[in-house]
Design a protein around this ligand. Structure first.
Ligand code: ADP
Ligand code: ZN
Ligand code: ZN
Length: 744
């Protein structure tokens, strides 16, 4: 095949455009996809990535590529293809997709990693050296030193010999020594912290063994087989399956990525992977948001060079630059955290499936409550469904009680019912037996709104159309959308009434109720306010594990992946607000959360109990969760989705406009809708745009166009051209969210 003459590059400058260059004769055949290049740019040179090899350049006068930076492509070819797919599917530019794939700390660093000069003697130069160094005594000594020492890092030579950099450089200039750029390799490749529990491997249960067998069969098929949807009840040993699958691919010399929803919230899962890998002396790289820029860069190169073969992290770990990928695991695949909230708005679970296909790697999606999207794919045999129906060691799923709050007596002091009689009693019993409890209330702060009963004034955010939440611990009102805050008022700012009413409840209020009902109880509140300090989360979990606390109460933080055998009681304090959100997935989310948090109970020998407090006890999400009936819920929910043409039967695309002028923003989105209506007549129904449920955020008015379509890619060109390409007035912004999850 003749080598291509042109290359299309994505510059590193952050421009969302691609540019063409000619490949000079001498470099032809040396440039691969993903390679980093130096290209002329005005009067200077910049770094850019090869992303395509066009037959013809788009412009006539193309300039020559100046040089190839680095011997290997910086971006592995598989990821280049993934970037392309993202660009097409998520309506973002290829350059933007590449920027997502290649972390900032890597991009902004010329050589990447820690690069240093390596100096080595040039062989067979004895005679030359004797001649030219007659008059240069210092250089002669240095040369002799280098002969003895062999190759070494420049800084090491300087330190050990006492001869400065200039001396060594002179030897290089004379052709007596060579210098090359090498990446520093960490000296210690040995065990990392926490590599303990090496090789401790339980015997697989019957269901687990069958699941492994099914996975093995599937992945032998062409291209790594179909994605496997591992649907197992909480505590059924899914993680053990991930570990076995991981061992299997590692044994074949392949590498793996493991995605977890939130790395900081899943220390136990990470520890289990570490423990298992310790036995194999395989290096694991954990990517997390608390890493410094330098650490992130270091990790990235460690992975790129194949020193770390297993990568665990949250959604962006999907872009780990591993080659020879054998397995991608997505744990808790239904979790909303896999969707990126800003452009490119990718879904890491879906991208995992795409990456698996590109690289021929097996993909395992695991959950007790799969997303309806994945479940639907399994129903249609696009994914292979593998089930674990029983808990390990025959532990029983907890009994779920529904507590009808309408029948509960209201507190005399006013305010909502926080702890029903039965829940309070259950907590009391647990304390007596030295067992533990979890209390979930998925809302932080004390009260979600503050209202004056006299004039009706509600404390609203000045910039957003939402009530502000009262945070009693700091005596302030906070906006949960823009983080604005101000002191909490003592009297109504409108009519000076001192009787402000705190409506609804958050975790601070729950904390207060727990202390009142159970004096002397030992508790920890766990939400993003109370867990701000570094390490706070780990400490709280350690205290709980060691039995130094009786109750862990908090937001969904407490629902994720924790395994505490002494937890025998879980209380869900309120779910009604979440059920009433204007979002077709509200029910699905509540169901998933309920099953997940219920799954924290009774994981040890003592059976668990769950109490769900609600004003709508007959809601399907609650009733199906009560019976752990994942199939029943799915069936009913799919019926509803089908009837309305919602995902997973169609794709949801949310076009949003936000701007400082309400009229202008509304008119612009209407105009776009009108154009699309003309273009897609008879193909796609284009509804009227409307104000977003939260109509104003950070001082900007928000409008939405909610599209339900059968196929995404062919519509994208029109959509991008009509919504994104026009130069909208200053202060106005348009976005496209494909497979939108956040509809507020
Ligand atoms: P899941 O991921 O489905 O919630 P886990 O993999 O965390 O379940 O398993 C729950 C508990 O059971 C863990 O403590 C795990 O170590 C243990 N476990 C898993 N598989 C087995 C097995 N085959 N034999 C004994 N214990 C097991
Ligand atoms: Zn008032
Ligand atoms: Zn606000």
């Amino acid at each position: 095949m003749p080598f291509s003459e042109f290359v299309r590059v994505a510059p590193e400058l952050g421009l969302d455009r691609l540019f063409d260059y000619r490949i000079p004769e001498g470099l032809r055949g040396n440039i691969r996809l993903g390679q980093r290049l130096r290209v002329p740019w005005g009067r200077r040179e910049i770094l850019a990535y090869a992303v395509e090899f066009p037959r013809q350049p788009e412009v006539e006068n193309v300039r020559d590529v100046a040089a190839v930076a680095g011997e290997r492509p910086l971006i592995p070819p598989g990821l280049c293809q993934l970037a392309r797919w993202m660009g097409d599917y998520y309506a973002c530019d290829l350059a933007a997709a590449l920027r997502t794939i290649l972390p900032g700390p890597v991009r902004s660093h010329e050589g990447g990693g820690k690069v240093a000069w390596w100096i080595s003697p040039v062989a067979g130069k004895k005679d030359l050296a004797a001649k030219v160094l007659q008059t240069a005594r210092v250089q002669a000594k240095a040369w002799a030193f280098l002969q003895d020492r062999g190759g070494a890092w420049l800084n090491v030579l300087v330190r050990e010999s006492g001869f400065g950099t200039a001396v060594w450089k002179a030897l290089v200039d004379r052709g007596l020594a060579e210098r090359s750029e090498r990446r520093l390799v960490k000296d210690e490749e040995g065990p990392e912290e926490g590599w303990t529990d090496a090789g401790k491997k339980p015997e697989l249960g019957e269901e687990q063994a069958a699941a492994m067998e099914a996975w093995e069969q599937e992945r032998k098929k062409e291209g790594g087989g179909r994605p496997v949807l591992l649907e197992g009840v909480t505590g059924s040993g899914k993680t053990e399956i991930y570990l076995r699958a991981l061992e299997a691919v590692l044994a074949e010399g392949k590498n793996a990525v493991v995605l977890v929803p939130e790395i900081s919230l899943t220390p136990q899962t990470v520890a289990r992977f570490r423990g298992r890998l310790a036995g194999q002396r395989v290096r694991l790289c954990v990517l997390h948001s608390a890493q410094t820029v330098a650490e992130r860069r270091e990790s990235w190169h460690e992975i790129r060079e194949g020193r770390a073969r297993v990568v665990i992290g949250a959604r962006s770990a999907l872009f780990a630059p591993l080659e020879h990928l054998g397995l991608i695991v997505v744990d808790e695949e239904h979790d909303g955290g896999y969707k990126q909230g800003e452009s490119p708005r990718y879904h890491a679970r879906d991208l995992a499936v795409v990456r698996g296909r590109i690289e021929g790697a097996s993909v395992i999606l695991g959950s007790a409550t799969p997303s309806l999207e994945s479940a639907h794919n399994a129903d249609r045999d696009r994914y292979l469904r593998v089930r674990l129906r029983k808990r390990v060691d025959g532990a029983k799923l907890p009994k779920v009680h529904i507590v009808d709050l309408r029948k509960e007596e209201r507190p005399k002091a006013g305010g909502p019912v926080m702890l029903s009689g039965v829940l309070r009693q259950a907590l009391e019993e647990r304390r007596k037996k030295a067992e533990q409890s979890l209390l979930l209330l998925n809302r932080r702060g004390y009260a979600p709104s503050v209202q004056c009963p006299h004039c009706g004034r509600v404390e609203e955010c000045e910039r957003c159309a939402v009530p502000m939440t009262y945070h009693r611990s700091v005596g302030r009102m906070k906006c949960h959308f823009c983080d604005a805050e101000r002191p909490a008022p003592a009297v109504c700012p409108e009519c000076q009434s001192p009787q402000l009413k705190f409506t609804g409840a958050g975790t601070e209020r729950l904390e207060e109720a727990v202390l009142e009902a159970l004096p002397g109880i030992r508790w920890t509140r766990m939400d993003s306010d109370s867990m701000k300090a570094r390490g706070a989360h780990g400490k709280a979990l350690a205290a709980f594990r060691e039995g130094r606390t009786d109750i862990l109460l908090g937001t969904q933080m407490i629902a994720k992946g924790l395994h505490f055998p002494r937890v025998t009681c879980v209380g869900v304090v309120g779910v009604d607000a979440a059920l009433n959100l204007p979002d077709f997935r509200a029910s699905e989310r509540v169901f998933q959360l309920l099953v997940q948090v219920a799954g924290r109970a009774g994981r040890g020998e003592i059976p668990g109990e769950v109490f769900v407090q609600t004003y709508t006890p007959f809601h399907p999400a609650i009733q199906f969760a009560r019976h752990h009936d994942v199939d029943g819920f799915r069936e009913q929910e799919l019926e509803y989705r089908r009837a309305h043409g919602y995902p997973p039967f169609r794709r949801a695309i949310l076009v949003s406009f936000s701007g400082t002028s309400e009229a202008q923003t509304s008119a612009s989105i209407r105009h776009v809708a009108e154009r699309l209506r003309g273009l897609w007549k008879g193909k796609v129904e284009v509804p009227e745009p409307c104000a977003a449920p939260i109509a104003r955020v950070e001082g900007k008015f928000r409008f939405q166009l909610f599209l339900l379509v059968d196929k995404v890619p062919e519509l994208m060109a029109d959509l991008k051209r009509e919504a994104l390409a026009p130069k909208w007035p200053a202060g106005m912004r348009a976005t496209i969210d494909v497979d939108a999850q956040d509809l507020l």
